[in-house]
Structure formats: structure tokens, C-alpha cells
Design a protein around this ligand. Sequence first.
Ligand SMILES: NC(=O)c1ccc[n+]([C@@H]2O[C@H](COP(=O)([O-])OP(=O)(O)OC[C@H]3O[C@@H](n4cnc5c(N)ncnc54)[C@H](OP(=O)(O)O)[C@@H]3O)[C@@H](O)[C@H]2O)c1
Length: 241
Amino acid sequence: MEIANHKVVVVGGSSGMGLAVVRAALEKGAQVVAVARSAEKLARAVDELGFGGKVSSLAADVTREDDVRRLFETIGHFDHLVVTAAGDLAYQPIRELDLDATRRIIDSKLIAALLLAKHAAAYIDEHGSLTFTSGIAAERPLPNGLVVAAVNGALFSLTYGLATSLAPVRVNVLSPGWVDTPIWEAVAGKDKPARFEQMSRRLPAGRIGRPEDIAHAALFLMENEFTTGTVLRVDGGHRLV
Ligand SMILES: NC(=O)c1ccc[n+]([C@@H]2O[C@H](COP(=O)([O-])OP(=O)(O)OC[C@H]3O[C@@H](n4cnc5c(N)ncnc54)[C@H](OP(=O)(O)O)[C@@H]3O)[C@@H](O)[C@H]2O)c1
């Protein structure tokens, strides 16, 4: 299946991996709707892409059910949904666990995924696909990143369940390793170059991931008609080191 002329919705489409998926889908001839909370950031990102009428943007907070319902009512029938959104991924050791921060992480990746699946179901083409984004933390949890690890692991299980309950719509999950996106300014700040260099030396792939690596995998999951219920790891071999 080719995605040329398909309607592709990318939640998280104003930054990092999501923005790379938007660009890759446009280059393949798809019509793309980019979604994120900040309308200004979205407008800037979409403007810079320069694909004219092939790309549009809609502001929504996908942790809120009203926003998600309205989002799909506005978009109508569509073919593929790719979700890369995540916010407020506070890292905290278990002994200092803050419940509000914990709930924000769960909302941001897991509740959002459930709401998107619930409301997309009425509008997604039966030959279409849904792709979530988990991450290496699911399998290599950091001591102070247990909530992120648990939420990423839950996305694997959710994907297995949805692949059968939403069939024939295909449902898959990407699991990136470390990828150079704006999220790292918050996670590592000025330590980012040193941490990236250290990790590059450890990884079998010999470098940190690029958003384009993830976009390439997202295109595969949209286009390959025989892949569903799959965790696609794009991590440079991180699990092995
Ligand atoms: N980068 C890495 O090394 C890495 C590694 C493993 C896994 N991951 C996972 O990969 C995914 C993509 O990460 P990234 O690095 O590309 O992140 P990013 O550059 O920070 O982009 C996140 C995007 O999600 C949007 N967003 C956040 N919360 C939202 C909400 N409630 N509703 C709608 N949109 C929302 C953001 O825009 P607004 O802020 O305007 O809403 C932004 O467009 C995340 O799930 C992350 O956990 C990343």
C-alpha cells in the first residue's frame, strides 16, 4: 500500500519525531493533518515545511476527551493515525514519587492513546493504521524513570489488544531509542552533547537516532499491510548494550 493521497493524522506533529513523520508523509504525497497543543508552534512548523494545501494543523490537547472528540469530528474520515505526543515526562526516583507528576505522565502517553483509539475508531478507514510511540525505557528502565518505563510498557500491551479489537485496522507501536529531538533540552540540558557522545560509543549503530529514522519506520508501518500488533524497535541496538 502506498500512502500517496491518503489522509494521515500526526499527533505530536509540531516537533521532533512527529514533525519528521509529517514531512516524510508529505514527501510521499499524503495529505497530512498535524496536531499538537500549541497552535503557534504548529503554525510555524507547518509554514516552514512549505507544502501548501497538502498540510493543515489542528490544536488539541489529547489528554482531554472533549478535545479528542472534536478533533476527529473536524477531521472526518481518514486513513492513518501516528501518535508521537508526550509532555511532562518528569523523571523521579520511586522513594520521591509525586502522584500528580505521575498522573500527568500516564495521561500524556497512556490515557491519550486510549482516548485517541476510542474516538478514531469511528472515522478511520478499515484499510488504515494506528501507530503509537513507546520507547527504550519500556525495556531498559532508568532508576528514576520508572513511570515512563511503565507507561511505555503499557503501550506494548495496549497495541496487542487494539490490533485484535480494532481489526482489520492495523495497530502497531514504535519503540525508539535515544533520538536527537527538542525533548532532550529538557531531559539533559547542557549535558546533552556529552551524554549523546557517550551513548553513541556504546550503541552498535554507532550514533544517536535522528527523527528521520523514526519517520522511515512510521512510513513502513502505515504502508505494510501485513504488519499489525507489532513493536517496531528503532533503537540502534540499545537493548543489547
Ligand atoms: N527523543 C527520544 O530520545 C525518545 C526516546 C524514546 C521514546 N521517545 C518518545 O517518542 C515520542 C516523541 O518524542 P519527541 O522526542 O519527538 O518529542 P517532542 O519533540 O517533545 O515532541 C512532542 C510533540 O507532542 C506534542 N504534545 C505533547 N503533549 C501533547 C498533548 N497533550 N496533546 C497534543 N500534543 C501534545 C508537542 O507539542 P505541544 O507541546 O505544542 O503540545 C510536540 O509536538 C514521545 O512519546 C517520547 O516519549 C523519545
